[in-house]
Design a protein around this ligand. Structure first.
Ligand SMILES: [Zn+2]
Length: 339
């Protein structure tokens, strides 16, 4: 596509401003989709044009001076339309190289959710957007679908946060043990509970504190309702719920168009706020002490980095939360494989 996602345009007929967004009706680059904005700059209707008529229908608007780099970390369990089943989010490498239809669909859905955040962030003035694939082996997103840098894994994302202005978490899930949640877990299914500085966290809460270690705020989270509730009660950023799960594990998916409006709108609002000078409060991330509780049967001994404080409880603390995260990752590597 020759029109960059996140371009700010204006409908020549009506004068309505709009943001160029990914096409959701078909996986096609010969059409251009835009979300029109109302007077509050909130996305309303989705319009799709053939690429060749787009340039007759829309004028390009200059994007006001905004902010620098935004790092988008992407997971899969909380992505729009992804079912509450591990099989749907299990990469091909884990299933003998065969890409299942369900996993393929989840990859496409993840790409769309991330591109919506890219669109909102750019339209609000983010000069550079970096995407970090952070699900399983970090090999779910195809670089060809993005016109920005695609990094692999949380460590690469955290490095990219150096000097960045904001982080967004797209496609996330609730912590281990959360009820009424889509595929809840914390880093690995072997972990029962994780606390940082006394606050129980899931992955979004952990990542918000690691980002804070770089001085960067998490300004928007998209994921299932349980993930949104968890992070709202913790750091209070903008959230977009993609689906909710009842007590029986049955998922109620929101429509893609509803979610699209909200991801684009929230990403736009969050970055626009930063560009206007809002400084969100960072969560407490010092001393950054991790307390990890492991499910019975997966215990290992402590070592020089990790103090074993009870049968299945461990404490990790170094000079900085980022070093502690490194020690935590090495600790998880030592845990026995899931049976
Ligand atoms: Zn994941």
């Amino acid at each position: 596509m020759t029109v960059q996602i996140g371009s700010l345009v204006r409908d020549r007929m009506s004068g309505t401003p709009a943001i160029v967004v990914p096409s959701i009706d078909r996986w096609s680059y010969s059409t251009v989709s835009v979300m029109h904005l109302n007077e509050n700059r909130w996305p309303t209707t989705l319009m799709t044009s053939a690429e060749k008529t787009f340039f007759e229908e829309y004028d390009f608007l200059e994007i006001p001076k905004g902010i620098g780099r935004v790092v988008i970390m992407a997971d899969m369990e909380g992505v729009t339309g992804v079912p509450n089943k591990w099989a749907a989010v299990t990469p091909a490498e884990m299933t003998g190289g065969q890409r299942t239809e369900a996993y393929d669909a989840a990859c496409r859905a993840m790409t769309l959710d991330v591109l919506m955040a890219v669109a909102g962030a750019r339209a609000a003035g983010a000069r550079e957007v970096v995407v970090a694939d952070s699900h399983w082996n970090d090999t779910n997103l195809a670089e060809a679908d993005f016109d920005c840098q695609v990094l692999r894994g949380s460590n690469a994302a955290i490095r990219a946060m150096l000097g960045a202005d904001a982080t967004m978490l797209i496609g996330w899930h609730a912590r281990a043990g959360a009820g009424a949640a889509c595929l809840p877990h914390t880093y690995t299914e072997r972990i029962r509970r994780l606390s940082i500085d006394g606050q129980e966290v899931g992955e979004p809460g952990m990542l918000a504190r690691l980002a804070a270690g770089r001085g960067v705020p998490v300004v928007m989270v998209a994921g299932d309702q349980a993930a949104c509730d968890e992070i709202s009660g913790d750091i209070g950023c903008l959230t977009t719920s993609t689906k909710s799960v009842d007590a029986a594990g049955v998922v109620r998916h929101r429509t893609r168009i509803e979610v699209m409006r909200e991801i684009v709108g929230n990403a736009y609002t969050a970055i626009h706020g930063l560009a206007l000078g809002t400084r969100p409060e960072l969560p407490r991330h010092q001393p950054g002490q991790f307390e990890v509780e492991i499910h019975a049967g997966y215990e290992v001994d402590g070592d020089t980095e990790v103090e074993r404080v009870a049968q299945s409880k461990y404490r990790i603390r170094t000079g900085s939360i980022l070093d502690t995260y490194g020690a935590f990752q090495r600790f998880v590597e030592r845990l026995p494989a899931l049976t």
